[in-house]
Design a protein around this ligand. Structure first.
Ligand code: ATP
Length: 459
């Protein structure tokens, strides 16, 4: 189904999280309902049908076992075995999340998330509903986040990438994937796994940029019950969960020097020791890492350990930005146009010469992800069977911001003061991942003042 028509329910006991999701999804879906208390879930479901339910795995109150998510997942599926449930977890506990998938969840996302990841999960959940692959304990489950190695590219630069993937995948070499945001690094990591001898084993992804300092070790190496205040039960870390398979460390360039040291030790010793435990757990993983930061420049400034680079970059694959892929822009645009036309029950559109020219001239700072969204928007908004230049409006958020120029002002002329205030507030909240306290601090106002302004602007 089309995401725009989706009715979404989000259940989480953190008000800030609910607020952030509501703000993000407000313009993306037909309706978004948030609920703080899972006890109200069943009565909500009796009153209204939801296409996708985002369900938190851990609640501070309620049963307090750390497994409340399963309880509520089962309740939802008892009520509607076709419900589409995406689990959310603060720890991103892989073991629990995998169990949730087996028990009928459609997907899981890790808190804190990057907004585009949440939107991708939503889109995949909606796509699953279109194709009839609904949740249900006995249904044969597709795990959306592991699907879709559908990498296109005819440019010389991409032919080179495909050649490297084919050569490297069946080896045990650790691979470092370099490239700007949205160039397909995760897709390459999945392709390397799918074409490797480890394909039948787990592919585990850890978005290192999303991990706070406090969660880093427990997330990667696991912890024993009681090893810190919130450790209510033993947890398996991602290194161990990936045993036998591939571990994908995304955004590796964003971690601190002490964190780099911890990863290096695990890789050198080929074992991990969960927090609060003395037990050494041997690990057998193929490591694929990715970053969009100039990691060698960081190493030159002693901000990234050279010995870690040597460990992770047995082979490197550099993904070219979309603006350097020539006619691939058109190839990809046509591919996405066909995909989104089908998804939105529209005929596959024809692209006017003007539209093609506009697509080729744009610099695509958000790369393929930006193109994908631009085409989806164009398909939804276009009036007839043809996509015209005016159907492609490139989002101001995706334009690089040049010092001293406010993008809206440069492009749209004078603005109302209140509009500027509203946009600024939304951006700062988004930048702080919905954390109101941090956003208020960055804006230089109190939380109460920020809440007042949110109300004023109806955000
Ligand atoms: N060559 C390609 N052909 C088709 N789709 C692609 C291609 N490359 C990327 N995509 C799509 O573009 C989106 C972004 O890709 P992906 O998440 O792999 O990028 P990334 O470089 O890992 O991004 P980030 O740095 O933000 O994590 C995904 O929806 C992916 O399926």
């Amino acid at each position: 189904m089309n995401t725009k028509n989706a009715r979404v329910l989000v259940v989480d006991d953190e008000t800030d999280v609910l607020f952030a999701v509501k703000m993000l999804l407000k313009t993306e879906v037909k309706e978004v309902v948030t609920e703080k208390n899972p006890e109200n879930l069943l009565s909500l479901l009796s009153k209204q049908a939801f296409d996708v339910i985002f369900l938190d795995m851990n609640y501070k109150s309620a049963l307090n076992t750390g497994n409340e998510g399963f309880f509520w997942l089962n309740k939802i599926l008892e009520k509607d075995k076709n419900a589409t449930v995406v689990m959310i977890t603060a720890y991103g506990d892989v073991e629990l999340a995998v169990r949730a998938l087996k028990e009928g969840a459609t997907d899981f996302i890790v808190k804190p998330w990057r907004n585009e990841k949440l939107l991708e999960a939503l889109e995949k959940a909606c796509a699953g509903r279109t194709s009839g692959e609904h949740a249900g304990k006995n249904a044969s489950r597709r795990v959306p986040s592991s699907e879709g190695f559908d990498m296109l590219g005819q440019s010389e630069a991409m032919q080179d990438v495909f050649y490297k993937i084919d050569k490297i995948a069946p080896t045990e070499a650790n691979v470092l994937i370099l490239g700007e945001n949205g160039t397909g690094k995760e897709l390459v990591a999945r392709a390397l796994h799918q074409k490797s001898f480890r394909a039948g084993k787990p592919f585990i992804c850890a978005d290192l940029a999303a991990l706070s300092e406090g969660l880093f070790e427990s997330e990667l190496f696991g912890h024993k019950k009681g090893s810190f205040t919130d450790a209510k039960e033993d947890r398996t870390g991602r290194f161990e969960a990936a045993n036998g398979g591939t571990l994908f460390l995304d955004e590796i360039g964003n971690i601190s020097l002490p964190q780099q040291a911890k990863i290096l030790t695990a890789l050198q010793n080929r074992l991990v020791i969960p927090l609060g435990s003395n037990q050494q757990i041997p690990i057998d993983i193929r490591l694929v890492s990715a970053t969009n930061v100039p990691i060698y420049e960081l190493a030159a400034k002693n901000q990234f350990r050279k010995d870690l680079i040597y460990r992770i970059n047995t082979v490197e694959i550099t993904l070219p930005p979309l603006r350097e892929r020539g006619e691939d822009v058109i190839l990809l645009a046509r591919h996405f146009a066909a995909h989104y036309a089908e998804k939105n029950h529209k005929p596959i559109p024809y692209m006017s010469d003007g539209a093609l020219k506009k697509l080729k001239q744009h610099s695509w700072p958000g790369n393929i992800r930006e193109l994908q969204h631009a085409v989806e928007r164009a398909i939804i908004l276009a009036d007839g069977p043809e996509l015209r230049p005016q159907d492609f409006a490139f989002s101001a958020m995706e334009h690089p911001v040049h010092a001293g120029t406010h993008p809206e002002m440069a492009e749209e002329g004078p603005l109302q003061l209140s509009e500027v205030e509203r946009t600024t507030i939304m951006r700062v909240i988004e930048r702080n991942k919905g954390n109101i306290s941090k956003a208020a601090k960055e804006l230089g106002i109190t939380r109460t003042a920020l809440y007042r302004r949110l109300e004023k602007h109806d955000i």
